[in-house]
Design a protein around this ligand. Structure first.
Ligand SMILES: Nc1nc2c(ncn2[C@@H]2O[C@H](COP(=O)(O)OP(=O)(O)OP(=O)(O)O)[C@@H](O)[C@H]2O)c(=O)[nH]1
Length: 657
């Protein structure tokens, strides 16, 4: 993540004035190290001044776009942690940092920031853990919540409760967090605070008198949010005298110092020079630096019980930092804190360079990027059509798109990404194999003989939609092989435009393609959607291969449900027919399941010399055309006798329509 952001943020921070929010912080911040122990007031930051009772560890949870990052920025401003930065009349966000995050307006990586706030004569240390808002990143939300005692549940007062508001609420509730409901965007003319408050009450069973009404955009009501954090969220419970126990909930890679981990001190204290051990790997490290994220790193002398901050130790590989790991002092072993499930790749795709000789550069870029996003899995693979490449595993399709965009933005890599697949479980008579590459999927003739059965991952999907779109949503679900459908009304006894929550079990492979786009277009953008893992189900699946002139092209193989094989086969051969250039001979394009051809198109032959009979003797024009033809040849792949430009794959695979 953070490399790109860090640079941006460091610049931003070095430009902004840190103003006094308690009697400790004042003066101009030139670099994080100048802040280390003494800022403005000439009084060092003493972490012992912040015992558990003045610490609040909290998170903001919400559906995508309901305003988490904007609210986080207002909190940072109000506490004097940052100054409002306005560019071209627009507020600049501080906690959203990656270029792709800014372009798409979504948060991909969680960020942590500590703030100081004076209330009723006491100085409080408020640790905000920002969470990403998209369903693919639910994993990041879970790990952030594990370091908190409370959460602000932010709901857009014009849109109301959405699918993810519900899933993040349950996630926080299960962890026993104190939840503060906050209705945001009350400045919007379309806001319906009373109606949405009733919805919050009926959906979450929260007391309406606890709801706060704010506008993160204008700053209205933000003071009340700070008060509620202090008054309603319990302080952490941690013992200074107990042996050190630190919970690692995030990590990032710094070019100079190696891995930096974010920790929550559950017991004991941590300071420079301490020797620590990871419960998970048993590896030993020495602490080089500890400090707070303010929101840039600010070194401190120690991190004390209940506090949240960063540690830099001599950890060189980001693979050594296990999220959910517990750290203890060397020679003082402790029981590991209950960690949580590691990220699970659910969508896989092959990534290849457009120009095959660029593979080493591509691989290096991928490796560098995975240092900052460890939820991506990487394995080398090769394809006879596309050459050397990598098979990457992502948390979801948005995650895949974000990764591709980062690869292109930050590393200038032009890539071909194969059609996404999900991990299938192939149960042979004597073993079980997970298959995430269609080429490894058993042939149809083996299923029922060597292979007992094939299972596919399914998810429990929730869709929230205004009543008038209910029929369309049911249809959408059925056309994507949904089962176990049920629904309920969200607004109790509401008059016009009630909203319905629809639940169904849907194969994951059905939602990694165009489900989300269709959901949005069929509901005019009103439906919201979330899903959670629901295990595996037996399924009637087959490998579809595509043949050009009778030769299979491995990079195009797909796994399809048998009920959809004819339509999928027809659609793909049509697409291929459109993008494959004509050859000197006729080329049959076929889709097959096993040996059975299920769809076919024929690409007509073209004439040998593209210039023959043309140009009426214009010699220069003729030469130029022949040159172009030669240049084209250079980038051609020979598949059997067929010449196929790498770009054709790009066209087929990137334009799925
Ligand atoms: N009118 C109005 N707009 C707001 C308010 N709060 C946020 N917005 C706008 O809503 C959009 C989404 O806000 P973000 O803060 O990026 O939302 P988010 O929840 O962080 O979104 P993710 O990062 O994707 O999780 C932005 O265009 C904000 O300017 C508000 O109180 N009033």
């Amino acid at each position: 993540m953070h490399t790109a952001w860090r640079i941006g943020c460091a610049q931003l921070i070095s430009e902004c004035t840190i103003i006094k929010s308690s009697n400790i912080w004042a003066g101009r911040l030139f670099s994080s190290s100048s802040l280390s122990l003494n800022v403005g007031s000439k009084r060092p930051l003493v972490m012992e001044d912040y015992p558990c009772e003045v610490i609040r560890n909290f998170s903001i949870i919400a559906h995508i776009d309901h305003g988490k990052s904007t609210l986080a920025d207002r909190l940072l401003e109000l506490t004097g942690t940052i100054q409002r930065k306005v560019t071209g009349g627009k507020n600049e966000q501080v906690l959203d940092k990656l270029k792709v995050e800014r372009e798409r307006g979504i948060t991909v990586k969680a960020q942590t920031a500590s703030m100081f706030h004076e209330s009723m004569g006491k100085n409080y240390l408020l640790n905000l853990i920002d969470t990403p808002g998209h369903v693919d990143f639910a994993w990041e939300v879970s790990r952030s919540l594990a370091a908190c005692q409370g959460a602000l549940l932010l709901v857009d007062a014009s849109q109301g409760v959405q699918a993810q508001s519900i899933s993040v609420f349950h996630n926080a509730k299960e962890r026993g967090l104190k939840i503060i409901p906050v209705l945001n965007k009350i400045d919007l003319p379309a806001a319906q605070p009373e109606r949405i408050a009733a919805q919050v009450q009926s959906t979450f069973g929260l007391d309406p008198s606890e709801i706060l009404y704010v506008s993160a955009k204008t700053g209205k009501g933000i003071e009340e949010v700070l008060d509620a954090i202090i008054k309603r969220i319990p302080p952490p419970v941690a013992k200074a005298s107990a042996p050190l126990r630190a919970f690692m909930f995030d990590s990032f890679y710094d070019k100079y110092r190696g891995v930096i981990s974010l920790v929550n001190i559950q017991d004991g204290t941590l300071q420079k020079g301490d020797k620590i051990v990871s419960c998970h790997t048993r590896k030993k490290y020495e602490i080089m630096e500890v400090g707070l994220m303010h929101p840039e790193e600010v070194p401190t002398k120690s991190l004390n019980p209940g506090q949240v901050g960063y540690i830099a130790c001599n950890m060189k590989q980001s693979s050594e930092a296990h999220i959910g790991d517990t750290i203890h002092r060397l020679g003082e072993p402790v029981e590991a804190l209950a960690g949580f499930q590691p990220a699970k790749a659910m969508v896989f795709a092959g990534v290849y360079p457009i120009d095959t000789s660029d593979f080493p550069k591509l691989e290096e870029s991928i490796n560098r990027l995975t240092l900052t996003d460890r939820s991506v899995t990487v394995q080398r693979e090769s394809s006879s059509a596309l050459g050397q490449g990598c098979r990457l595993g992502f948390l979801g399709t948005l995650h895949m798109d974000v990764f591709r965009q980062r690869l292109e933005d930050e590393y200038d890599a032009n890539v071909i990404i194969t059609a996404p697949t999900v991990p299938y479980k192939v149960i042979y008579r004597d073993r079980e194999v997970m298959v995430s590459n269609p080429t490894d999927f058993p042939d149809i003739g083996d299923i029922g003989i060597r292979v007992k059965e094939v299972q596919e991952p399914v998810v429990k999907a929730s869709i929230i939609v205004p009543e008038e779109y209910f029929g369309d949503m049911m249809e959408l679900c059925y056309s994507h092989r949904a089962e176990d459908l049920d629904h309920r009304y969200l607004d109790s006894g509401a008059a016009s435009s009630s909203r319905i929550m629809l639940n169904a079990v849907i194969p994951l492979s059905e939602i990694v393609t165009d489900f989300f786009d269709q959901l949005k277009s069929r509901s005019s953008g009103f439906a919201s959607f979330d899903y959670e893992d629901a295990g595996y189900r037996r399924s009637d699946l087959a490998k579809m291969t595509f043949l050009l002139n009778g030769k299979p092209v491995d990079a195009l193989a797909l796994i399809v449900h048998r009920s959809q094989q004819d339509s999928v086969g027809r659609e793909w051969v049509k697409k291929l027919h459109k993008v494959i250039p004509r050859q000197l001979f006729e080329v049959p394009i076929q889709a097959a399941i096993g040996k059975k051809v299920i769809a076919r198109e024929t690409l007509k032959a073209m004439r040998a010399d593209v210039t023959a009979g043309l140009y009426g003797g214009h010699y220069e024009r003729k030469m130029k055309h022949l040159e172009n033809q030669k240049e084209g040849k250079r980038r051609m792949k020979k598949l059997g006798k067929v010449d196929l430009p790498q770009e054709a794959f790009f066209d087929i695979l990137s334009n799925k329509k």
